[in-house]
Design a protein around this ligand. Structure first.
Ligand SMILES: [Cu+2]
Length: 548
Protein backbone atom coordinates (compact mmCIF):
# COMPACT_ATOMS: atom_id res chain seq x y z
CA UNK A 1 0.00 0.00 0.00
CA UNK A 2 1.18 3.50 -0.72
CA UNK A 3 0.35 5.62 2.30
CA UNK A 4 0.16 8.86 0.34
CA UNK A 5 -2.80 7.43 -1.50
CA UNK A 6 -5.00 7.32 1.58
CA UNK A 7 -6.63 10.67 1.14
CA UNK A 8 -9.56 11.99 3.13
CA UNK A 9 -12.65 12.75 1.12
CA UNK A 10 -16.29 13.09 1.96
CA UNK A 11 -17.81 9.67 2.26
CA UNK A 12 -19.09 8.08 -0.90
CA UNK A 13 -16.77 9.96 -3.11
CA UNK A 14 -16.66 7.32 -5.76
CA UNK A 15 -14.01 4.80 -5.00
CA UNK A 16 -11.45 5.78 -7.49
CA UNK A 17 -8.46 3.61 -7.25
CA UNK A 18 -4.93 3.58 -8.43
CA UNK A 19 -2.82 0.56 -9.20
CA UNK A 20 -0.62 -0.74 -6.44
CA UNK A 21 2.12 -3.28 -6.30
CA UNK A 22 -0.27 -5.76 -4.71
CA UNK A 23 -1.44 -7.98 -7.53
CA UNK A 24 -4.86 -8.49 -6.01
CA UNK A 25 -5.58 -4.93 -5.04
CA UNK A 26 -5.41 -1.31 -5.93
CA UNK A 27 -5.31 1.71 -3.69
CA UNK A 28 -8.45 3.52 -2.69
CA UNK A 29 -9.03 7.16 -2.02
CA UNK A 30 -10.78 6.87 1.29
CA UNK A 31 -13.89 8.58 2.65
CA UNK A 32 -14.88 10.34 5.84
CA UNK A 33 -18.05 9.15 7.46
CA UNK A 34 -18.67 11.33 10.57
CA UNK A 35 -18.89 14.58 8.63
CA UNK A 36 -21.22 12.90 6.21
CA UNK A 37 -23.64 11.97 8.99
CA UNK A 38 -23.62 15.49 10.36
CA UNK A 39 -24.28 17.00 6.96
CA UNK A 40 -27.03 14.49 6.30
CA UNK A 41 -28.84 15.13 9.56
CA UNK A 42 -28.55 18.86 9.03
CA UNK A 43 -30.06 18.54 5.61
CA UNK A 44 -32.83 16.19 6.63
CA UNK A 45 -34.17 18.61 9.19
CA UNK A 46 -33.75 21.69 7.05
CA UNK A 47 -35.74 20.58 4.09
CA UNK A 48 -36.50 23.17 1.49
CA UNK A 49 -39.73 24.89 2.33
CA UNK A 50 -41.09 24.65 -1.17
CA UNK A 51 -41.32 20.90 -1.01
CA UNK A 52 -44.71 19.87 0.19
CA UNK A 53 -44.73 17.08 2.72
CA UNK A 54 -47.12 14.51 1.40
CA UNK A 55 -47.34 10.89 0.47
CA UNK A 56 -49.28 11.36 -2.72
CA UNK A 57 -48.00 12.78 -5.96
CA UNK A 58 -48.53 16.45 -6.49
CA UNK A 59 -51.41 17.41 -8.72
CA UNK A 60 -50.17 17.52 -12.23
CA UNK A 61 -50.02 21.01 -13.60
CA UNK A 62 -51.85 21.79 -16.79
CA UNK A 63 -50.11 20.46 -19.83
CA UNK A 64 -48.00 23.11 -21.54
CA UNK A 65 -47.93 23.29 -25.32
CA UNK A 66 -44.27 22.24 -25.26
CA UNK A 67 -45.01 18.89 -23.61
CA UNK A 68 -45.22 17.03 -26.92
CA UNK A 69 -41.68 18.12 -27.76
CA UNK A 70 -39.85 18.33 -24.42
CA UNK A 71 -42.06 16.36 -22.05
CA UNK A 72 -43.12 17.52 -18.63
CA UNK A 73 -41.84 17.16 -15.07
CA UNK A 74 -44.41 16.97 -12.29
CA UNK A 75 -43.75 18.89 -9.10
CA UNK A 76 -41.31 17.27 -6.66
CA UNK A 77 -42.84 15.12 -3.96
CA UNK A 78 -41.39 14.69 -0.52
CA UNK A 79 -41.66 11.01 0.32
CA UNK A 80 -41.31 10.07 3.91
CA UNK A 81 -43.35 7.44 5.69
CA UNK A 82 -41.40 8.38 8.77
CA UNK A 83 -38.23 10.13 9.79
CA UNK A 84 -35.44 9.69 8.98
CA UNK A 85 -36.25 9.86 5.34
CA UNK A 86 -34.84 7.97 2.42
CA UNK A 87 -32.71 9.48 -0.28
CA UNK A 88 -33.29 7.62 -3.51
CA UNK A 89 -29.65 6.73 -3.97
CA UNK A 90 -30.64 3.25 -5.09
CA UNK A 91 -33.76 2.60 -7.15
CA UNK A 92 -35.12 -0.77 -8.27
CA UNK A 93 -38.29 -1.29 -10.31
CA UNK A 94 -39.98 -4.42 -8.96
CA UNK A 95 -42.25 -6.75 -10.90
CA UNK A 96 -45.05 -5.72 -8.58
CA UNK A 97 -44.91 -2.28 -10.20
CA UNK A 98 -43.53 -0.59 -7.09
CA UNK A 99 -40.13 1.05 -6.90
CA UNK A 100 -37.74 0.14 -4.10
CA UNK A 101 -35.53 2.97 -2.88
CA UNK A 102 -32.86 2.51 -0.27
CA UNK A 103 -30.21 4.43 1.47
CA UNK A 104 -27.84 4.27 4.41
CA UNK A 105 -28.60 4.79 8.09
CA UNK A 106 -28.99 8.47 8.74
CA UNK A 107 -29.28 8.64 12.50
CA UNK A 108 -26.23 8.60 14.77
CA UNK A 109 -25.62 5.04 15.81
CA UNK A 110 -28.05 3.79 13.20
CA UNK A 111 -27.27 0.40 11.77
CA UNK A 112 -30.07 -0.48 9.41
CA UNK A 113 -30.32 1.07 5.99
CA UNK A 114 -33.47 3.03 5.30
CA UNK A 115 -35.70 1.74 2.52
CA UNK A 116 -39.14 2.41 1.13
CA UNK A 117 -41.49 1.26 -1.57
CA UNK A 118 -43.18 3.79 -3.80
CA UNK A 119 -46.30 2.89 -5.70
CA UNK A 120 -45.88 5.28 -8.61
CA UNK A 121 -49.55 5.10 -9.58
CA UNK A 122 -51.00 6.04 -6.20
CA UNK A 123 -48.04 7.78 -4.59
CA UNK A 124 -48.42 5.55 -1.55
CA UNK A 125 -45.12 5.08 0.24
CA UNK A 126 -44.39 2.10 2.49
CA UNK A 127 -41.54 1.90 4.95
CA UNK A 128 -39.45 -1.23 4.32
CA UNK A 129 -36.31 -0.30 6.25
CA UNK A 130 -33.84 -3.13 6.70
CA UNK A 131 -34.65 -5.38 9.60
CA UNK A 132 -31.05 -6.52 9.58
CA UNK A 133 -28.30 -4.29 11.04
CA UNK A 134 -26.56 -3.63 7.75
CA UNK A 135 -25.57 -0.61 5.74
CA UNK A 136 -26.22 -1.48 2.11
CA UNK A 137 -25.53 1.90 0.64
CA UNK A 138 -23.02 1.98 -2.21
CA UNK A 139 -23.57 -1.73 -2.67
CA UNK A 140 -24.15 -3.71 -5.83
CA UNK A 141 -27.63 -4.65 -7.00
CA UNK A 142 -28.96 -7.32 -9.32
CA UNK A 143 -32.55 -8.37 -9.74
CA UNK A 144 -32.43 -12.16 -9.88
CA UNK A 145 -34.25 -14.38 -12.34
CA UNK A 146 -36.87 -15.06 -9.66
CA UNK A 147 -37.56 -11.35 -9.19
CA UNK A 148 -35.83 -11.05 -5.84
CA UNK A 149 -33.38 -8.23 -5.37
CA UNK A 150 -29.83 -9.26 -4.49
CA UNK A 151 -27.87 -6.50 -2.80
CA UNK A 152 -24.18 -7.28 -2.74
CA UNK A 153 -21.80 -5.86 -0.20
CA UNK A 154 -22.05 -2.44 1.32
CA UNK A 155 -20.12 -0.68 4.01
CA UNK A 156 -19.25 -1.66 7.55
CA UNK A 157 -20.50 1.00 9.90
CA UNK A 158 -17.19 0.92 11.73
CA UNK A 159 -15.60 2.76 8.83
CA UNK A 160 -15.32 2.99 5.12
CA UNK A 161 -14.69 -0.68 4.73
CA UNK A 162 -16.38 -3.06 2.37
CA UNK A 163 -18.31 -6.05 3.67
CA UNK A 164 -19.13 -9.51 2.32
CA UNK A 165 -22.87 -9.37 2.87
CA UNK A 166 -25.52 -10.55 0.49
CA UNK A 167 -28.90 -9.09 1.36
CA UNK A 168 -32.08 -10.18 -0.37
CA UNK A 169 -35.34 -8.27 -0.82
CA UNK A 170 -38.44 -10.21 -1.78
CA UNK A 171 -40.97 -8.06 -3.66
CA UNK A 172 -43.79 -10.48 -2.82
CA UNK A 173 -43.36 -10.25 0.95
CA UNK A 174 -41.49 -6.92 1.20
CA UNK A 175 -39.10 -8.73 3.51
CA UNK A 176 -35.33 -8.48 3.69
CA UNK A 177 -33.32 -11.59 4.41
CA UNK A 178 -29.74 -12.69 4.79
CA UNK A 179 -28.08 -14.43 1.85
CA UNK A 180 -24.81 -16.31 1.84
CA UNK A 181 -21.80 -14.07 2.31
CA UNK A 182 -19.52 -13.39 -0.61
CA UNK A 183 -15.97 -14.58 -0.30
CA UNK A 184 -14.64 -11.06 -0.86
CA UNK A 185 -15.77 -7.88 0.79
CA UNK A 186 -17.07 -5.34 -1.69
CA UNK A 187 -18.13 -1.72 -1.40
CA UNK A 188 -19.08 -0.15 -4.75
CA UNK A 189 -19.13 -3.48 -6.63
CA UNK A 190 -20.58 -4.21 -10.05
CA UNK A 191 -22.77 -7.19 -10.88
CA UNK A 192 -24.39 -8.37 -14.07
CA UNK A 193 -26.74 -11.25 -14.81
CA UNK A 194 -25.55 -13.90 -17.24
CA UNK A 195 -27.62 -16.05 -19.60
CA UNK A 196 -28.46 -18.73 -17.04
CA UNK A 197 -29.30 -16.32 -14.25
CA UNK A 198 -25.88 -16.50 -12.65
CA UNK A 199 -24.72 -13.15 -11.31
CA UNK A 200 -21.16 -12.15 -12.14
CA UNK A 201 -19.78 -9.93 -9.37
CA UNK A 202 -16.63 -7.88 -9.53
CA UNK A 203 -14.73 -4.91 -8.15
CA UNK A 204 -15.71 -3.17 -4.94
CA UNK A 205 -13.57 -1.89 -2.12
CA UNK A 206 -12.20 -4.42 0.33
CA UNK A 207 -12.40 -4.67 4.10
CA UNK A 208 -9.42 -2.39 4.62
CA UNK A 209 -11.17 0.38 2.74
CA UNK A 210 -8.09 0.91 0.65
CA UNK A 211 -8.16 -1.54 -2.23
CA UNK A 212 -10.38 -2.65 -5.02
CA UNK A 213 -11.02 -6.35 -5.30
CA UNK A 214 -9.72 -7.80 -8.50
CA UNK A 215 -11.05 -11.32 -7.88
CA UNK A 216 -14.40 -12.13 -9.47
CA UNK A 217 -17.04 -14.39 -8.03
CA UNK A 218 -20.40 -15.62 -9.23
CA UNK A 219 -23.74 -16.16 -7.51
CA UNK A 220 -26.05 -19.06 -8.21
CA UNK A 221 -29.53 -17.79 -7.47
CA UNK A 222 -31.03 -21.26 -7.25
CA UNK A 223 -28.62 -22.48 -4.57
CA UNK A 224 -27.74 -19.12 -3.06
CA UNK A 225 -24.06 -20.04 -3.24
CA UNK A 226 -21.09 -17.92 -4.27
CA UNK A 227 -18.19 -19.34 -6.29
CA UNK A 228 -14.79 -17.73 -6.69
CA UNK A 229 -13.64 -17.52 -10.30
CA UNK A 230 -10.12 -18.54 -11.36
CA UNK A 231 -7.42 -15.88 -11.34
CA UNK A 232 -7.60 -15.61 -15.14
CA UNK A 233 -10.88 -13.80 -14.53
CA UNK A 234 -9.29 -11.14 -12.33
CA UNK A 235 -10.04 -7.55 -13.32
CA UNK A 236 -7.52 -6.17 -15.83
CA UNK A 237 -4.81 -4.23 -14.06
CA UNK A 238 -5.73 -1.07 -15.98
CA UNK A 239 -9.17 -1.10 -14.36
CA UNK A 240 -8.50 -0.51 -10.67
CA UNK A 241 -11.87 1.15 -10.32
CA UNK A 242 -14.99 0.61 -8.34
CA UNK A 243 -18.33 0.29 -10.16
CA UNK A 244 -17.01 -0.56 -13.61
CA UNK A 245 -19.90 -0.39 -16.10
CA UNK A 246 -21.08 -3.74 -17.45
CA UNK A 247 -23.44 -4.98 -20.14
CA UNK A 248 -24.18 -8.54 -21.26
CA UNK A 249 -23.89 -8.81 -25.04
CA UNK A 250 -25.98 -11.21 -27.16
CA UNK A 251 -22.87 -13.30 -27.86
CA UNK A 252 -22.68 -14.11 -24.15
CA UNK A 253 -19.69 -11.93 -23.29
CA UNK A 254 -19.79 -9.02 -20.87
CA UNK A 255 -18.71 -5.60 -22.08
CA UNK A 256 -17.01 -3.36 -19.53
CA UNK A 257 -16.19 0.32 -19.56
CA UNK A 258 -14.60 2.22 -16.70
CA UNK A 259 -13.09 5.67 -16.21
CA UNK A 260 -10.04 4.40 -18.11
CA UNK A 261 -10.03 4.71 -21.92
CA UNK A 262 -9.48 1.02 -22.65
CA UNK A 263 -12.68 -0.99 -22.63
CA UNK A 264 -12.92 -4.76 -22.31
CA UNK A 265 -14.85 -7.88 -23.11
CA UNK A 266 -15.11 -10.72 -20.60
CA UNK A 267 -15.80 -14.25 -21.76
CA UNK A 268 -17.62 -16.11 -18.95
CA UNK A 269 -16.83 -19.48 -20.56
CA UNK A 270 -13.07 -19.04 -20.75
CA UNK A 271 -12.88 -16.55 -17.85
CA UNK A 272 -10.63 -14.27 -19.88
CA UNK A 273 -10.72 -10.52 -20.45
CA UNK A 274 -9.78 -9.03 -23.82
CA UNK A 275 -9.38 -5.35 -24.65
CA UNK A 276 -12.10 -4.07 -26.99
CA UNK A 277 -11.77 -0.46 -28.01
CA UNK A 278 -10.28 2.75 -26.64
CA UNK A 279 -12.49 5.70 -25.79
CA UNK A 280 -11.45 8.71 -27.89
CA UNK A 281 -12.06 11.29 -25.19
CA UNK A 282 -9.66 9.56 -22.81
CA UNK A 283 -10.56 9.18 -19.17
CA UNK A 284 -14.24 9.67 -18.50
CA UNK A 285 -14.75 9.66 -14.76
CA UNK A 286 -18.34 9.41 -13.51
CA UNK A 287 -19.63 8.70 -17.02
CA UNK A 288 -22.43 6.17 -17.40
CA UNK A 289 -22.73 3.79 -20.31
CA UNK A 290 -25.84 2.25 -21.80
CA UNK A 291 -26.44 -0.73 -24.08
CA UNK A 292 -28.54 0.60 -26.94
CA UNK A 293 -31.48 -1.24 -28.55
CA UNK A 294 -30.15 -3.84 -30.95
CA UNK A 295 -27.88 -4.94 -28.09
CA UNK A 296 -24.68 -4.46 -30.06
CA UNK A 297 -23.84 -0.81 -29.51
CA UNK A 298 -22.77 0.72 -26.22
CA UNK A 299 -22.89 4.48 -25.67
CA UNK A 300 -20.91 6.41 -23.09
CA UNK A 301 -21.95 10.01 -22.46
CA UNK A 302 -20.40 12.82 -20.46
CA UNK A 303 -17.82 12.43 -17.74
CA UNK A 304 -14.89 14.30 -16.31
CA UNK A 305 -11.32 13.96 -17.59
CA UNK A 306 -10.05 13.89 -14.02
CA UNK A 307 -11.28 12.55 -10.76
CA UNK A 308 -10.13 15.28 -8.36
CA UNK A 309 -12.82 16.63 -6.05
CA UNK A 310 -15.39 14.35 -7.55
CA UNK A 311 -15.08 15.64 -11.07
CA UNK A 312 -13.51 18.76 -12.54
CA UNK A 313 -14.66 19.88 -15.94
CA UNK A 314 -17.53 18.04 -17.55
CA UNK A 315 -17.79 17.02 -21.16
CA UNK A 316 -20.91 17.00 -23.29
CA UNK A 317 -19.47 14.48 -25.73
CA UNK A 318 -20.75 10.96 -26.25
CA UNK A 319 -19.25 7.98 -28.03
CA UNK A 320 -20.54 4.67 -29.33
CA UNK A 321 -18.81 1.38 -29.93
CA UNK A 322 -20.33 -1.26 -32.18
CA UNK A 323 -19.30 -4.46 -30.46
CA UNK A 324 -20.44 -6.55 -33.44
CA UNK A 325 -17.91 -4.95 -35.79
CA UNK A 326 -14.92 -6.93 -36.97
CA UNK A 327 -12.69 -4.42 -35.19
CA UNK A 328 -14.87 -2.49 -32.76
CA UNK A 329 -13.88 1.15 -32.30
CA UNK A 330 -15.34 4.00 -30.28
CA UNK A 331 -16.76 6.74 -32.49
CA UNK A 332 -18.15 10.11 -31.47
CA UNK A 333 -21.89 10.45 -31.85
CA UNK A 334 -24.03 13.55 -31.33
CA UNK A 335 -23.02 15.63 -28.30
CA UNK A 336 -25.31 16.68 -25.51
CA UNK A 337 -26.04 20.39 -25.15
CA UNK A 338 -25.10 20.30 -21.46
CA UNK A 339 -21.77 18.92 -20.24
CA UNK A 340 -22.42 16.65 -17.30
CA UNK A 341 -21.36 13.62 -15.27
CA UNK A 342 -23.08 11.35 -12.78
CA UNK A 343 -26.18 11.61 -14.92
CA UNK A 344 -28.49 8.65 -15.32
CA UNK A 345 -29.03 7.23 -18.79
CA UNK A 346 -32.48 5.67 -18.97
CA UNK A 347 -33.78 3.57 -21.86
CA UNK A 348 -37.32 4.79 -22.50
CA UNK A 349 -40.26 2.75 -23.73
CA UNK A 350 -39.67 3.77 -27.36
CA UNK A 351 -35.97 2.87 -27.37
CA UNK A 352 -34.64 6.39 -26.93
CA UNK A 353 -32.25 7.27 -24.09
CA UNK A 354 -32.99 9.94 -21.51
CA UNK A 355 -30.12 11.65 -19.71
CA UNK A 356 -31.33 12.83 -16.31
CA UNK A 357 -29.48 15.14 -13.95
CA UNK A 358 -25.79 15.06 -13.26
CA UNK A 359 -23.32 17.78 -12.43
CA UNK A 360 -21.86 20.29 -14.86
CA UNK A 361 -18.39 20.40 -13.37
CA UNK A 362 -16.49 21.63 -10.35
CA UNK A 363 -17.39 18.81 -8.00
CA UNK A 364 -19.91 16.12 -7.27
CA UNK A 365 -22.67 18.44 -6.16
CA UNK A 366 -21.92 21.67 -7.92
CA UNK A 367 -23.40 23.14 -11.09
CA UNK A 368 -26.28 20.70 -11.26
CA UNK A 369 -27.79 20.13 -14.67
CA UNK A 370 -31.55 20.35 -14.38
CA UNK A 371 -32.33 19.94 -18.05
CA UNK A 372 -32.92 16.42 -19.32
CA UNK A 373 -31.77 15.42 -22.80
CA UNK A 374 -33.04 12.71 -25.10
CA UNK A 375 -30.86 10.65 -27.43
CA UNK A 376 -32.43 9.07 -30.48
CA UNK A 377 -30.30 6.14 -31.67
CA UNK A 378 -31.87 6.37 -35.14
CA UNK A 379 -30.72 9.97 -35.70
CA UNK A 380 -27.67 9.84 -33.39
CA UNK A 381 -28.72 13.23 -31.99
CA UNK A 382 -29.65 14.58 -28.60
CA UNK A 383 -32.61 16.88 -28.01
CA UNK A 384 -33.08 19.18 -25.05
CA UNK A 385 -36.01 18.17 -22.88
CA UNK A 386 -37.79 19.84 -19.97
CA UNK A 387 -35.88 20.82 -16.83
CA UNK A 388 -36.61 19.28 -13.47
CA UNK A 389 -36.85 21.35 -10.32
CA UNK A 390 -34.46 19.55 -8.02
CA UNK A 391 -30.74 18.94 -8.14
CA UNK A 392 -29.97 15.34 -9.09
CA UNK A 393 -26.22 14.93 -8.94
CA UNK A 394 -24.10 12.29 -7.22
CA UNK A 395 -26.16 9.53 -5.59
CA UNK A 396 -29.18 10.31 -7.70
CA UNK A 397 -31.20 7.77 -9.65
CA UNK A 398 -33.67 7.65 -12.53
CA UNK A 399 -35.64 4.64 -13.75
CA UNK A 400 -38.39 3.98 -16.27
CA UNK A 401 -41.78 3.21 -14.75
CA UNK A 402 -44.12 0.56 -16.17
CA UNK A 403 -46.46 3.29 -17.40
CA UNK A 404 -43.75 4.90 -19.53
CA UNK A 405 -42.90 7.76 -17.18
CA UNK A 406 -39.56 8.19 -15.42
CA UNK A 407 -38.97 8.68 -11.70
CA UNK A 408 -35.93 10.70 -10.68
CA UNK A 409 -34.76 10.80 -7.10
CA UNK A 410 -31.83 11.06 -4.73
CA UNK A 411 -28.69 13.17 -4.72
CA UNK A 412 -26.93 13.87 -1.49
CA UNK A 413 -23.90 15.33 0.23
CA UNK A 414 -24.67 18.56 -1.51
CA UNK A 415 -26.94 21.12 -0.02
CA UNK A 416 -29.64 20.16 0.42
CA UNK A 417 -29.78 16.40 0.55
CA UNK A 418 -32.70 15.47 -1.65
CA UNK A 419 -35.48 13.47 -0.09
CA UNK A 420 -37.91 13.92 -2.91
CA UNK A 421 -38.82 12.31 -6.15
CA UNK A 422 -39.93 13.83 -9.43
CA UNK A 423 -41.79 12.11 -12.22
CA UNK A 424 -41.15 12.93 -15.86
CA UNK A 425 -43.58 12.31 -18.67
CA UNK A 426 -41.66 12.01 -21.96
CA UNK A 427 -43.01 13.64 -25.14
CA UNK A 428 -44.46 10.31 -26.28
CA UNK A 429 -47.15 10.64 -23.63
CA UNK A 430 -48.47 13.81 -25.27
CA UNK A 431 -48.81 12.52 -28.82
CA UNK A 432 -52.27 11.06 -28.85
CA UNK A 433 -53.85 7.77 -27.89
CA UNK A 434 -51.68 5.03 -26.55
CA UNK A 435 -51.86 1.50 -27.83
CA UNK A 436 -53.32 -0.79 -25.21
CA UNK A 437 -52.18 -4.32 -24.43
CA UNK A 438 -55.39 -6.17 -23.61
CA UNK A 439 -53.84 -9.55 -23.03
CA UNK A 440 -50.36 -10.99 -22.98
CA UNK A 441 -48.67 -13.94 -21.31
CA UNK A 442 -47.24 -13.55 -17.83
CA UNK A 443 -44.56 -16.16 -18.44
CA UNK A 444 -42.50 -16.70 -21.54
CA UNK A 445 -39.88 -19.19 -22.64
CA UNK A 446 -36.97 -18.52 -24.97
CA UNK A 447 -37.80 -18.68 -28.64
CA UNK A 448 -41.52 -19.17 -28.06
CA UNK A 449 -44.10 -17.50 -30.24
CA UNK A 450 -46.74 -15.76 -28.20
CA UNK A 451 -49.86 -13.73 -28.72
CA UNK A 452 -50.63 -10.19 -27.67
CA UNK A 453 -54.07 -8.76 -28.20
CA UNK A 454 -54.12 -5.02 -28.35
CA UNK A 455 -56.01 -1.96 -29.40
CA UNK A 456 -54.38 -0.20 -32.35
CA UNK A 457 -52.65 -3.48 -33.13
CA UNK A 458 -52.69 -2.66 -36.82
CA UNK A 459 -50.55 0.42 -36.24
CA UNK A 460 -47.90 -1.26 -34.13
CA UNK A 461 -44.35 -0.72 -35.33
CA UNK A 462 -42.38 -2.11 -32.43
CA UNK A 463 -42.69 -4.85 -29.81
CA UNK A 464 -40.02 -5.11 -27.16
CA UNK A 465 -39.06 -6.30 -23.71
CA UNK A 466 -37.48 -3.83 -21.30
CA UNK A 467 -35.49 -4.89 -18.30
CA UNK A 468 -36.88 -3.04 -15.26
CA UNK A 469 -34.36 -0.58 -13.89
CA UNK A 470 -32.06 -1.36 -10.96
CA UNK A 471 -29.65 1.49 -10.55
CA UNK A 472 -27.23 3.31 -8.34
CA UNK A 473 -24.34 5.69 -9.03
CA UNK A 474 -25.56 6.00 -12.64
CA UNK A 475 -24.99 2.26 -13.12
CA UNK A 476 -27.81 0.08 -14.37
CA UNK A 477 -25.89 -3.02 -15.34
CA UNK A 478 -28.73 -5.15 -16.65
CA UNK A 479 -30.58 -2.37 -18.43
CA UNK A 480 -31.58 -3.49 -21.94
CA UNK A 481 -34.20 -2.94 -24.60
CA UNK A 482 -34.86 -6.17 -26.45
CA UNK A 483 -36.69 -5.77 -29.75
CA UNK A 484 -38.86 -8.72 -30.72
CA UNK A 485 -39.86 -9.87 -34.18
CA UNK A 486 -43.61 -9.88 -34.70
CA UNK A 487 -46.49 -9.96 -37.15
CA UNK A 488 -49.88 -8.33 -36.88
CA UNK A 489 -53.08 -9.79 -38.22
CA UNK A 490 -56.62 -8.68 -37.43
CA UNK A 491 -55.69 -7.00 -34.18
CA UNK A 492 -53.60 -9.90 -32.97
CA UNK A 493 -49.85 -9.58 -32.54
CA UNK A 494 -47.77 -12.72 -32.85
CA UNK A 495 -44.36 -12.06 -31.34
CA UNK A 496 -41.32 -14.24 -30.81
CA UNK A 497 -39.56 -14.33 -27.47
CA UNK A 498 -35.79 -13.69 -27.31
CA UNK A 499 -33.80 -16.64 -28.59
CA UNK A 500 -31.80 -17.25 -25.44
CA UNK A 501 -30.51 -15.86 -22.19
CA UNK A 502 -27.64 -14.00 -23.80
CA UNK A 503 -30.14 -11.84 -25.64
CA UNK A 504 -32.24 -11.40 -22.52
CA UNK A 505 -31.12 -13.06 -19.29
CA UNK A 506 -33.91 -14.75 -17.33
CA UNK A 507 -36.17 -12.69 -15.14
CA UNK A 508 -38.95 -10.18 -15.26
CA UNK A 509 -39.38 -7.80 -18.17
CA UNK A 510 -41.82 -5.09 -19.15
CA UNK A 511 -43.58 -5.78 -22.44
CA UNK A 512 -44.18 -2.77 -24.66
CA UNK A 513 -45.85 -2.20 -27.99
CA UNK A 514 -45.21 1.07 -29.80
CA UNK A 515 -47.63 2.63 -32.27
CA UNK A 516 -46.71 4.07 -35.64
CA UNK A 517 -46.74 7.59 -34.17
CA UNK A 518 -44.14 6.58 -31.59
CA UNK A 519 -46.45 6.19 -28.63
CA UNK A 520 -45.79 3.25 -26.31
CA UNK A 521 -48.32 1.22 -24.37
CA UNK A 522 -48.39 0.79 -20.64
CA UNK A 523 -46.06 -2.14 -19.99
CA UNK A 524 -47.20 -5.27 -18.18
CA UNK A 525 -44.62 -7.52 -16.58
CA UNK A 526 -43.83 -11.02 -17.73
CA UNK A 527 -41.30 -13.53 -16.54
CA UNK A 528 -38.85 -14.86 -19.11
CA UNK A 529 -37.17 -18.18 -18.41
CA UNK A 530 -35.71 -21.28 -19.99
CA UNK A 531 -38.92 -23.22 -19.39
CA UNK A 532 -42.30 -22.64 -17.83
CA UNK A 533 -41.51 -25.22 -15.17
CA UNK A 534 -38.39 -23.32 -14.15
CA UNK A 535 -40.46 -20.15 -14.01
CA UNK A 536 -42.87 -21.85 -11.65
CA UNK A 537 -40.03 -23.25 -9.59
CA UNK A 538 -38.45 -19.84 -9.32
CA UNK A 539 -41.69 -18.34 -8.12
CA UNK A 540 -41.94 -20.77 -5.26
CA UNK A 541 -38.33 -20.95 -4.22
CA UNK A 542 -36.49 -18.95 -1.63
CA UNK A 543 -33.05 -20.51 -1.87
CA UNK A 544 -31.23 -17.22 -1.65
CA UNK A 545 -32.59 -16.60 1.81
CA UNK A 546 -30.78 -19.49 3.42
CA UNK A 547 -28.60 -18.24 6.23
CA UNK A 548 -25.00 -19.16 6.20
CU1 LIG B 1 -21.69 6.15 -3.11
Amino acid sequence: METEDTTVHVRHTISLLRPSTDSNHAVLLNGWKPLFFIVTIFCVFLMPAFIVAQTKPAEKASVPSTAATIGQWASPVYFCPKEPCVVGGNAVVLHTGSVLFYYYPVLPGGLNSQALLLDPLTGVVTDVALTIPRDIFCSGVTVLANGQVAVTGGVLTSGNHGDTYTTIFDPLTSAWSVGQDMYYSRWYPSGVELSDGTVLEMSGVDSTGKYVQTVLESYNYTTGAWTVLPTSANLPSSVPYAYPRLSLLPGGSVFMSSPAPTTYLFNPVTNIWSPMGTVNYGFRFFAPHVLLPGLEKVMVAGGSPTYDDGGTTATNTAEIIDTSALTPVWTYTGAMTYPRYNENLVLLADGTVLAVGGGGGGGQFTNPVYTAELYDPTTAQWSVMAAQAIQRTYHSTAVLLPDGRVVSSGSNNGAPTQITYEIYSPPYLFKGDRPVIESAPTTLTYGATFTITAKQAGGITRVALLRPGATTHADDFDQRYVDLTFTVDKGIIQATAPANGNVAPPGYYMLVIVSSNGVPSVMPFLQLSASTTSAERQKGSVPAQAKK
